[in-house]
Design a protein around this ligand. Structure first.
Ligand SMILES: [Zn+2]
Length: 340
């Protein structure tokens, strides 16, 4: 049987409609996607948590209600017990046949008033006696009502307690799942970022850069670092991407960079601010695009960050120059290449 033309058109239309947002999403900024996924996850968890809190509160007040009902029930029982004696005497007096007391066994919880009515003409009872019977009727009814309310509350609360615990466990694992999803998204954003940086960084640029004087390297031979606005000569930058990634695996954050490639005018500015401390313009390794000033703990030589970098930097082609240990003391200053 041939497929009707309208069905084909519908399918084409659906592909267009459904397909388009997907394309748009793929083009969207991945960081923006991550942000929106994170805020969606947060909203979902906040809402669900709010609902759980409300259910917990409802359950607590339902438990309060159960306790109050049980208290009322105990009181009704006590009241009933108090009038059992007088009621039994009245019943015995009204009912002449032997053995009748058994049929109105109020001590077993039966309806004393009803039993009494079955054995005596209520209209012939005295006023006080009638009140007693009515009271017994009311208390019996009340006891029955309270018992069924308590039973209902008890089973409803037990069910809700179990269900709530299950739902809370479910929410916990949902939160765990969302966290995993978002972390995976972040990892992808980061590896995408590193790939993008690497793709933009021409390794051959390093050789060309070396032809230019200190602080006068053309932009195209420098490569951007993951740290906004910072750049290094291509070979130093590529080595730094790996060092930065290793640091991040250890400390869960990018390295903190205060200074990277320094152009001659920039070096001149630093020099004039701190003559005798900063390198003479034209002689700094910052001007070669192969030195970094680091922060985030590394600026302190006794920090875990400094120690880690000292132990690991050489694997990635970076080192802490001997002079920077003391003269001048610059724990934050690191260089690419080999010393000497
Ligand atoms: Zn420096």
């Amino acid at each position: 049987m041939p497929i009707p033309r309208s069905a084909v058109l519908t399918a084409v239309f659906l592909v267009m409609v459904v397909g388009l947002p997907g394309v748009a999403t793929a083009r969207e900024d991945p960081v923006k996607q991550l942000r929106s996924a994170a805020s969606k996850a947060r909203a979902e968890l906040e809402k669900a948590t709010g609902q759980m809190e409300k259910r917990k509160k409802d359950l607590a007040s339902s438990q309060d209600k159960l306790r109050a009902t049980l208290k009322d029930l105990a009181k009704a029982e006590a009241d009933l017990n108090r009038i059992r004696g007088p009621l039994a005497r009245l019943a015995n007096a009204s009912y002449q046949q032997p053995g009748a007391a058994g049929s109105m066994s109020i001590f077993g919880g039966g309806d004393a008033g009803q039993a009494l009515r079955a054995t005596a003409d209520v209209t012939h009872l005295a006023n006080g006696q009638q009140t007693l019977v009515r009271q017994a009727d009311e208390l019996q009814a009340r006891r029955q009502r309270l018992t069924s309310t308590a039973q209902e509350l008890q089973s409803r609360n037990a069910v809700e307690q179990t269900k709530l615990q299950q739902d809370i466990d479910g929410l916990k694992s949902r939160s765990e799942g969302l966290t995993k999803e978002l972390s995976a998204m972040l990892k992808k954003v980061e590896s995408d970022r590193e790939r993008r940086l690497l793709a933009k960084c021409d390794r051959d640029g390093a050789a060309n850069a070396k032809n230019f004087p200190n602080g006068l390297i053309p932009n195209k031979y420098l490569c951007p670092l993951p740290q906004q606005g910072e750049q290094l000569r291509a070979d130093a930058a590529i080595a730094f991407y790996k060092l930065n990634a290793a640091y991040k695996r250890r400390f869960s954050r990018d390295m903190c960079v205060t200074d990277s490639y320094r152009s001659l005018p920039d070096q001149q500015r630093v020099y004039s601010q701190r003559p005798g401390f900063a390198a003479v313009p034209g002689s700094s390794n910052h001007g070669k695009g192969q030195a970094l000033d680091l922060c985030g703990g590394i600026e302190n030589a006794s920090s875990a960050q400094f120690n880690w970098l000292e132990a690991n930097s050489k694997k990635y082609g970076w080192f802490h120059p001997a002079w920077a240990y003391s003269n001048p003391y610059e724990p934050w200053h690191w260089e690419y290449g080999t010393e000497g």
